[in-house]
Design a protein around this ligand. Structure first.
Ligand SMILES: Nc1ncnc2c1ncn2[C@@H]1O[C@H](COP(=O)(O)OP(=O)(O)O)[C@@H](O)[C@H]1O
Ligand SMILES: [Mg+2]
Length: 265
């Protein structure tokens, strides 16, 4: 099992969009089982992955009931499973968060109990900024993808994310690396170009790539589809496939016979 967390200091930057689309893209590129786990009480990943909006079940209720998460992993695309956060009362959420805070290995143990195939990929969607969920995700993942927008406010939050990675990830021997991704890039804007350049200079090889601002993304969400299927010729799909290839290569999860650029899209 290889675990990747998707994180950001700010909300609304595209974490859930990135988690969903990378889950589908990585499944298609690697042919491995992919599980996308929603650790954000907003429970938005279910919508992105087309889970029934009436569905209340998820990891929150299962955890509170002392059950493992197997019954709440929903297969949404071939080989792609969604594990929603689910819906709980505010009181139950507070109880759950206290339980999680008292058990630093909560997430690791729950994922282990799923008994996924050895080569499975797990993507963790997280709430923005510091939280018990984000802390568990960063303490469990081997890789982290930090999502940012190409604007000054997002760029200003980079030191917070770097501190979180240094605190929860870097000290662990199994941690393999953090990557930075720019979302909603607008190539026509000088500011976007400037932030892209500064980011590349400051994080070097950890820069993973960018996803352009593309109406196909919110349209796909409104239709309950993956943007990879809704916009087969969209800029966003092109960008996401390129990011997934770069990520798969760095995580060394491409099938042995894979040749970059051939038959992979
Ligand atoms: N590349 C993009 N182009 C256009 N809209 C986007 C893009 N990425 C995300 N969005 C939109 O931005 C909003 C926030 O995205 P979301 O993934 O929910 O962010 P987060 O999980 O960080 O809060 C959604 O409405 C989504 O459709
Ligand atoms: Mg989200």
């Amino acid at each position: 099992m290889k675990i990747l967390a998707v994180a950001s200091a700010k909300g609304g930057v595209g974490k859930t969009t990135v988690t969903e689309s990378l889950a589908v893209a990585l499944s298609r590129l690697t042919h491995r089982t992919v599980l996308a786990v929603d650790l954000d009480p907003q429970n938005a990943l279910a919508l992105h992955l087309g889970v029934d909006p009436q569905e209340l079940r998820g990891l929150s209720r299962s955890s509170l009931a002392g059950q493992d998460w197997r019954a709440v992993c929903f297969e949404r695309h071939e080989g792609v499973y969604a594990l929603p956060f689910g819906v709980v009362t505010e009181e139950d959420r507070t109880t759950l968060e206290a339980q999680i805070a008292a058990e630093p290995r909560w997430l690791a143990q729950q994922l282990h109990a799923l008994d996924l195939p050895d080569d499975a990929l797990v993507l963790l969607d997280t709430p923005p900024g510091p939280s018990v969920y984000g802390q568990q995700a960063l303490s469990t993942a081997q890789w982290v993808v930090v999502v940012m927008l190409a604007d000054a406010a997002s760029y200003a939050t980079m030191p917070l994310m770097q501190r979180m990675v240094q605190t929860y990830c870097t000290p662990r021997p199994e941690f393999a690396g953090a990557f930075y991704l720019l979302n909603q890039l607008n190539s026509a804007r000088q500011l976007s170009q400037d932030i892209l350049r500064v980011l590349r200079e400051s994080v070097g090889d950890s820069y993973l790539g960018a996803i352009h601002a593309d109406e196909a993304v919110p349209e796909a969400l409104a239709l309950g589809q993956s943007v990879l299927d809704h916009g087969p010729y969209s800029q966003a799909r092109h960008d996401i496939m390129a990011l997934a290839s770069a990520l798969a290569e760095r995580m060394q999860v491409l099938p042995a016979a894979h040749h970059p650029g051939r038959g992979s899209q």
